[in-house]
Structure formats: C-alpha cells, structure tokens
Design a protein around this ligand. Structure first.
Ligand SMILES: [Zn+2]
Length: 404
C-alpha cells in the first residue's frame, strides 16, 4: 500500500519538478538606498537569475540584464530616482532577456555586485552599489566587459535578430503586405499618460485591432513588428518590414506634451528637413527609443539615426506623402486632428528606402480627454476604420496608376 503511494508521490514529483524548475524568477521589489558614498540598488527576487550588468555613456546609464523574469512588483514600484539614479524603468528587452535601465545623474562606477541567496521568508537579493567616478573611469568601464554571473551571460542575445530578407522574387499579384508597427514596447514604455497609461500598451492594442480589421477584408497580408510587450530596436522594425516585403509601413504612436492642452491625431512622413521645430522635436523624441531601452548606439554605425535620403527613397517619399494625405482625409471624418496635420521630420523608423511609410500620432496621452479616448476600444476601432479606408484608397489609387 505504502509502496504504491510512494510510487505515485515520486511520479508526481518527477512530473512537477520540470514545471517548477521552468518557472521564471519573479522580481518582487526594487529599492534604492542612499549612503554617503554610494547609492545601493536592491532587487528582491523569488530565486536567483543569471545577470549581466554594464554601463553606457551618452547619457549615463546602468543596464541590468537578467534571464527572463516575471515583474511582480508591489505598489510604489519602481521607486522614484534617488541618489545617483535619476530614473529607472524595466521590461522585456528580447525573448529570454529582461532588462532594468537606470539613468544615472552623472558618471557612475559599479562598486559591487552581490547575489545573496534567500533564506526562509527573506527573498534572494541582487545588490548593486553605484559610486560617483570621474568621467575617464566611467568611459573605461563602459568599454570593458560586463559584470556577469556565469560565462553564458557574456554571449546573451542582446536584441531580436530579424530573419534575413528572402530573395526578391515574391510572386506577382499577391495581396499587398501591410506592416503595422506598434511603437515602443518592453523596457521602453513610450509616453505615459495622466492616468498612467503607457504608449506601448495603446499602440499594441491598436496594432492588433488594425490587423483584425485588415485581415477581415481578405485583401491584405498583415505583419506586426511586435505582438507582445517586448522591445524592438528601430532598425529591426525596418528589417522586419523589409523581410516581409512590406508595401506599406504604419508606425503607431501616442504623443505627450508638457502642457495638458494639446490634443488630436497627426500624421508624419520622413524628411531630411523637418516641416517645423515641433515635428523635429517629436522625431528626436521618437528616435530616442533605442537609447531609452539601453541599446549601445556607440557600437552601431548610426545607419538609423543618420537621416540622409538617397535617390531610391525619393519615389517612396512621394508615395508616403500620398498615403499620409489620404489618411488625414479619412481620420478627419471621425477624430479630432491637430492643426498642420501632415508634417515631416527625420523619423528613424520610417527609413525603409523601398516601403511607403507613415507614423501616426493617435493623440496625446498628456491630455485627459485624449487619454480616455485612447483607452477605449471603441475609439481605437474608429481610428483603425479610418486607417483601413485610407489603405483601401491608397492601393486602389496605385492600381489605377498601374493600369493607365
Ligand atoms: Zn512614440
């Protein structure tokens, strides 16, 4: 009798262990402690993660990468910046990698990293002490190897790598491919509304609704650059669109302003020279997404941030402007528009040379009325209906061009 019970108990344990073992460590709390000579960052965890910690210049940042964790943070998390830390944010950075980014107030050195195992009700703690250091030391540290828990963490996939583009021989007369780009994601929340609404969640909800509406027509193939709460580099968003042989790229965003006054939607296309100072400032803000997520831009050759338009892009630019005009017409029927609605500037995410691309700011999260509207599924559906109508007009117009 006992033998059989013990057999079942052993079998149950054998079955449960892999499930329990596969559970992600949970981050329960993040604290900042002030000391005369250092700022202490403490992460309380359910179990020990693997980690990789490094610093990045321009602006000063400390990046803590961990194997994917569950953010089960209690109220008051993450804390406000204190001591040497100006601000912090967290989220999924890539599949399998979670990230905490600390914006530092100046050059900081990582004085100590300690992983303290939990005991009883005491959680596992990852402790990082930061101290103020001279600029030269900060630079030296930023160029050096990250502090890692295990050798595996040195080669951690740092970002999503899109599949290589397929050879350019897609069969003719297939459905137009619409690439919908939900702005921001993961460790980069984008704008944050008066009620705490994140731009990344609004753009994702809207991307999914637009996909649903487009697919329902049966006329389009739809590709989303992301369909979860994950960070994607700007250049990878373009690479996904190109790999999918996109015919139209629509990047969805929601703006914010220091003042709660401005409201309404607006549409942007790419240009070397901005239509106005506000559009230039907006592009600069949107182009910071990689920086906010702790991507080392110094290691890249600035293909994305350097906005120079080549000849091949001129035609695309005209197509994009046409689509923008159609979209504004359709949006204007149903939703409030910002004045001077079609504007242009150096938006990095619109840089695919061969795909008509627009960026839509769907409204202002800093305006309580716009925020309430963007939180409403009905309003998002209305915005998507306007997008669908303009997409229909755009491809119908291209078809007449081809025939004439
Ligand atoms: Zn945005």
């Amino acid at each position: 009798m006992f033998g059989i019970r013990r057999f079942w108990a052993a079998l149950l344990i054998l079955l449960l262990v892999p499930i329990v073992g596969a559970a992600k460590p949970a981050v329960i709390n993040v604290r900042l402690g002030l000391h005369p000579d250092k700022t202490r960052v403490v992460l309380d965890l359910s179990e020990a993660p693997e980690y990789r910690i490094f610093t990045l210049p321009d602006p000063y940042r400390v990046v803590i990468d961990m194997t994917e964790v569950d953010w089960q943070l209690s109220a008051g998390n993450p804390p406000e910046g204190r001591g040497l830390v100006a601000a912090l944010r967290y989220g999924l950075f890539a599949v399998g990698t979670s990230r905490l980014v600390l914006d530092a107030k100046g050059p900081v050195g990582i004085k100590l990293v300690d992983l303290l195992p939990g005991k009883g009700s005491t959680p596992t703690r990852l402790v990082i002490d930061l101290e103020s250091v001279p600029e030269s030391e900060f630079i030296r540290q930023s160029q050096g190897a990250p502090l890692i828990s295990t050798p595996m963490m040195a080669s951690l996939t740092s970002t999503f790598v899109p599949p290589p583009p397929k050879p350019m021989q897609s069969p003719p007369s297939t459905k137009p491919v619409i690439v919908i780009d939900a702005g921001h994601g993961g460790v980069d929340p984008g704008a944050i509304g008066t009620r705490g609404t994140t731009e990344k969640s609004i753009t994702l909800a809207m991307a999914k609704e637009l996909r649903r509406q487009l697919e329902e027509t049966g006329r389009y193939k739809v590709v989303l650059t992301r369909d979860t709460d994950i960070f994607i580099r700007l250049r990878d968003r373009i690479a996904i669109a190109r790999a999918a042989h996109g015919d139209l790229f629509v990047s969805l965003h929601a703006d914010s302003h220091e003042s709660s006054e401005p409201r309404g939607a607006s549409v942007y296309t790419l240009s070397e020279t901005a239509s106005d100072a506000e559009a230039a400032a907006l592009a600069a803000k949107e182009n910071k997404a990689d920086l906010i997520a702790g991507v080392d831009l110094s290691a890249e050759n600035n293909i994305v941030t350097n906005i120079l338009i080549d000849l091949a892009q001129r035609e695309t630019k005209n197509l994009s402007a046409h689509f923008a005009a159609m979209l504004i017409d359709e949006l204007g029927r149903d939703v409030r528009l910002l004045r001077n609605t079609h504007r242009f500037a150096g938006f990095a995410v619109l840089k695919a040379p061969d795909i008509a691309s627009v960026l839509v700011e769907t409204g202002y999260l800093s305006n309580p009325k716009d925020e309430a509207l963007l939180r409403s599924a009905d309003h998002r559906a209305k915005l998507c209906e306007a997008l669908l109508r303009s997409i229909d007009s755009f491809f119908a117009w291209q078809e007449t061009l081809r025939r004439s």
